[in-house]
Write a protein that binds this ligand. Structure first.
Ligand code: ARG
Length: 436
């Protein structure tokens, strides 16, 4: 190794700040003096409950709690609201955002066959921009200057929430106590005990880290971090394990209009109800389990166990119908845009104009995606068994091996083949000639 001659003055050019932690790394982060009233995204769990108290003590600030219902199963929102008020929140709001989530976020996701990294249907990624948008609305309405969330500094969710707040509300600041405080789980429990915050469940083993909504559920942490550890049964709290699913298959028919599912087995339902119904069917038949290694936006590679029963029925049905009504050119092109759409959503850039541009194309294609797909559900699998569409680019008369009645002249095919293969044949001859 040969060292470059150094400029001796470089040593004296080092700049120091008195307290490095007092330097804000992003303009939207709140300095302690700026925090007067905080809109806290409150789930009712340990982290955000400790935060609710900690923010009041640490900043001497008021807290307005906001809990967003995106269809998390088994949540008692009255209990969550009561808990927030007990812990000193000056207001506690619960918003039922299921309809908006379905119509503005899941509808385009279905049209985009949305999937990141070959298996993750983006339920969390789709929910965060809506949660953060609602946080902005309620913060403004309740006169808050700051939004607080419970994300850690290692995940994608901090990116999704803070990118949304910074984009939609440049006047609002953000604090992320879990990212900055030095408390581990044991210290959080001790803090909770000391401040009379109820801690539910046993405290010996840390629970899985769960996030869920209408579209799916993720589990992280514990043995999931050991890549050699096959899933323990207790992680599956939503979907029946396939080996325990019914021995009888079930066929269901999903109807779509312009890319949106509108009926199951002929019964017309709103999108939220369709998703609930599809989830029930998937849950029963053990469908939608994904054991996934994921490339996070912040660079980490992490394993997640997903249970996404509704997505596991509706996405393959949609994709099949879309392929039936699309031309070969559309069918080759669209997956590239779908992938880009999913990546932008995954990466926390829901408000990026390119996402809307791509979505405009996706919606245009989906005008044709009307028809019915039959799925056979059986022990963990949903297999397409029937297809039907007035817009299918399909003609049984043409496709048949039997005589097409003059519609497709098989005797014209050799002429096509000669022209189609022209460049390939020429290239082969040139290379063969050059090679010797
Ligand atoms: N890995 C998924 C994602 O990045 C799920 C994250 C779940 N979030 C959570 N806070 N547990 O979207």
């Amino acid at each position: 190794m040969t060292a470059e001659p150094r400029d001796p003055s470089a040593h004296t050019e080092v700049h120091r700040v008195a307290d490095p932690s007092s330097t804000r790394v992003a303009s939207y982060l709140a300095a302690p003096g700026e925090v007067g009233r905080v809109l806290l995204l409150y789930s009712g769990g340990l982290d955000t409950s400790v935060m609710l108290k900690w923010i009041q003590d640490e900043y001497e600030a008021e807290v307005v709690a906001l809990t967003v219902n995106l269809g998390q199963p088994g949540e008692d929102y009255d209990v969550v609201r009561g808990k927030a008020l007990n812990l000193g929140a000056i207001e506690a709001h619960v918003v039922d955002a299921r309809e908006e989530f379905a119509s503005e976020y899941l509808r385009p996701a279905i049209m985009a066959n949305a999937n990141y990294g070959d298996g993750y249907p983006l339920f969390t990624a789709l929910g965060r921009p809506l949660i953060a948008k609602l946080a902005v609305e309620y913060a403004r309405r309740s006169g808050c200057d700051t939004i607080a969330h419970g994300c850690t500094g290692k995940g994608n969710d901090q990116v999704r929430i803070e990118a949304t707040v910074a984009t939609l509300a440049p006047e609002l600041k953000v604090i992320a106590p879990v990212r900055s405080w030095a408390m581990g789980r044991d210290e959080e429990i001790a803090y909770a005990r000391k401040h009379g915050i109820p801690v539910k469940g046993g405290t010996e083993t840390a629970p899985y880290s769960i996030d869920d909504n209408l579209w799916g559920r993720s589990s992280e942490g514990r043995w999931i971090e050991d890549l050699t550890h096959a899933p323990d049964d207790d992680v599956f709290q939503l979907v029946t394990r396939p080996e325990e699913a019914p021995d009888e298959p079930q066929v269901v028919e999903i109807s779509f209009e312009a890319g949106v599912p509108v009926a199951i087995d002929g019964e017309r339902l709103g999108l939220v109800e369709i998703i609930d119904r599809a989830a029930e069917l998937g849950i029963k038949h053990g469908i939608g389990i994904v054991d996934h290694i994921e490339d996070r936006i912040v660079g980490l590679k992490v394993r997640d166990i997903y249970e996404a029963p509704a997505a596991a029925l509706l996405l393959p049905a949609h994709r099949e119908l879309e392929r039936l009504v699309g031309t070969i050119h559309q069918n080759q092109f669209k997956p590239e845009l779908d992938r880009k759409w999913a990546y932008l959503v995954y990466a926390g850039l829901w408000w990026e104009p390119l996402r809307e541009d791509i979505q405009a194309y996706i919606e245009h294609v989906n005008r044709q995606v009307t028809g019915k797909i039959g799925l056979k559900l059986y022990k963990g699998l949903a297999r397409v068994v029937t297809r039907e569409s007035p817009n299918a680019v399909y003609d049984a008369q043409l496709a048949t091996f039997a005589e097409s009645g003059g519609l497709f002249s098989q005797s014209a095919s050799p002429g096509f083949i000669e022209i189609w293969s022209l460049q390939s044949r020429m290239a082969r001859r040139v290379r063969d000639g050059a090679g010797g």
